[in-house]
Design a protein around this ligand. Sequence first.
Ligand code: FDA
Length: 391
Amino acid sequence: MDYDVIIIGAGAAGLMAAAAAGQRGRRVLVLDHGEKAGAKILISGGGRCNFTNRNIAPDRYLSANPHFAKSALKRYSQNDFIALVNKYRIAFHQRDLGQLFCDQSSALILNMLLDECGAGSVDFQVGLKVGPVCGAGPYSVDTEDGPVTAESIIVATGGLSIPKMGASSYAHFTARDYSLGVTEMRPALVPLTFTAADLDFMRVLTGIAVDAIVTCGKTTFREAVLFTHRGLSGPAILQISSYWREGQEIFVNLAPDTDVTAWLIERKNQRPKAEAKTVLGELLPSRLADGLAALAKLEHRPMAELPNKALATLGKLVNAWKLLPAGTEGWRTAEVTLGGVDTAGLSSKTMEAKSFPGLFFVGEAVDVTGWLGGYNFQWAWSSGWVAGQHA
Ligand code: FDA
């Protein structure tokens, strides 16, 4: 046998699994078709890697089995990863909603993981084509440089998002080869797109960001919404995109702390000569206020002339703007993949396939998808670590 463990995919989950297995004394080889390990870590968090979140909780992960993520997240928690970051004296800071970012660069997180792999004497072969997994313990994998064999295989090839960075369906066809299910996959944490009428309105507002509550069905998020030339983006929209399905309406509350109808009626008495758009500009960025007043067909009339019913129409537009997204920007810009290798065939304690001892699936490849804000890296660390303890 060439190795004890072969890990396919040198991303967040694969590197964590490699370090954990290597430090247990296992002989580990990591294979990746990309030229460099950890490419997504480097670009993550705008170059500062939002590496975890203080508020990690299983209910902030989407999966056909909402309980599946519990065990790994408990065994290797955000506090374990924070302790590792502290051990390497990597400076970090907390932003809104418990998100932890590096002060300097994502490269520090990648270097830390590579050092941890070094401490486990992990071998790497990157920039080479990797063939399918064969056998059933021992396993073998064909590479351009010939076949390699190992007792265990950890598949850590991620999801389908950002194909130009080398995303592939390797994990999913491997799962199918071994009779494991794969749940429906969709781009998630992705901007939403709109049809012509809405888009014309949004394009003019490109670059404006507002604190908003976005609702889809029973799910709501309060974070920023950003207008773009393609539609709507920003954290609140990315979050809701994981829950939205074609044909569903979303509601955007652009002034979450104000009952805008009541507020406009009050302002009518105080500023009877002002136009509605000018008054609304006290609450919202003026370009957005102008646009919404125009949508409500109230642009140029003074407040005193507007019946309360008209102000209620504008108030409703601001507090519960109803939109029907046309779709999403798709895999090209999605931060993650919703769905993946069906957890029904995996052990939640070890990430090992129940029917194939020695075959593991970790990270984004698996049907566990976190919220925006460091949740997905934490899943990669936690699932990678537990697999590395057992492979
Ligand atoms: P990941 O995609 O990291 O790694 C998979 C590896 O497998 C890659 O190295 C790839 O080359 C390799 N591979 C794929 N197919 C292969 C094949 N056929 N043969 C050989 N190798 C193959 N999350 C978060 O928590 N905080 C953040 O700040 C961000 N920021 C962010 C920004 C952007 C732009 C994106 C696209 C994503 C994020 N994320 C994030 C999400 C996060 O990057 C993601 O959840 C993890 O990288 C998933 O880790 P994995 O190791 O599972 O896959």
